[in-house]
Write a new protein. Structure first.
Length: 192
């Protein structure tokens, strides 16, 4: 079950406002899917020095990648700003949600359906440590609140599509209003 935590206690918003935690089952499926694509990219980079002409690697990096492969580590190169080529999308349609994953380098997409629980609290609760989860912090949420298409009463409905693009320097977050097709980038770039 995917869990969305909504912190209603504004005095503790410095910790987080929204926290999305994918279920272990979804994490496992995403990891397996991504591992296959990462291996595809990794193998081509070692053989040709790039992946379809993108993400070129020099001879030194190729040697390091071959050494990693000997240890059983598959770690493709996706550029200086990204250790991961995936963008994650979440659309909530209680009691379910749709989790989409796009592997930008391999140009592949997959989606998963999971049950969703939305936990709203007026007191600080400990955000559980998880492998795949995304936090919307106070500054990002305040930006969202100023958006003319934002309706907080519908934040956990299919009206909004949340996209998370993790990079090595920070997390990019966009929200799309599916009714108007308007999109808002709420990323706190100053916090990177």
């Amino acid at each position: 079950m995917t869990t969305i935590y909504k912190n209603n206690d504004e005095s503790s918003w410095a910790e987080y406002v929204l926290f999305v935690e994918f279920s272990e089952n979804i994490n496992r499926q995403i990891d397996d899917w991504q591992a296959d694509l990462n291996k595809l990219v990794f193998d081509e980079q070692i053989m040709t020095g790039s992946f379809h002409g993108r993400f070129p690697i020099d001879d030194q990096r190729r040697i390091r990648m071959k050494r990693l492969l000997e240890k059983g580590i598959i770690q493709p190169y996706y550029g200086a700003t990204s250790a991961n080529a995936c963008i994650y999308a979440l659309q909530v349609t209680p009691p379910k949600c749709i989790i989409g994953v796009e592997h930008e380098a391999a140009e592949k997409k997959v989606s998963y359906e999971d049950t969703v629980t939305i936990l709203q609290t007026d007191t600080y609760i400990m955000v559980p440590a998880c492998k795949k989860g995304f936090i919307i912090e106070e500054k990002e949420y305040r930006t969202l609140q100023q958006w003319e298409c934002w309706n907080e009463k519908e934040e956990f409905t299919d009206r909004y599509l949340y996209k998370f693009a993790p990079g090595s320097i920070g997390l990019s977050i966009t929200v799309t209003d599916t009714q108007t097709k308007e999109q808002m980038d709420i990323t706190d770039y100053e916090g990177w």
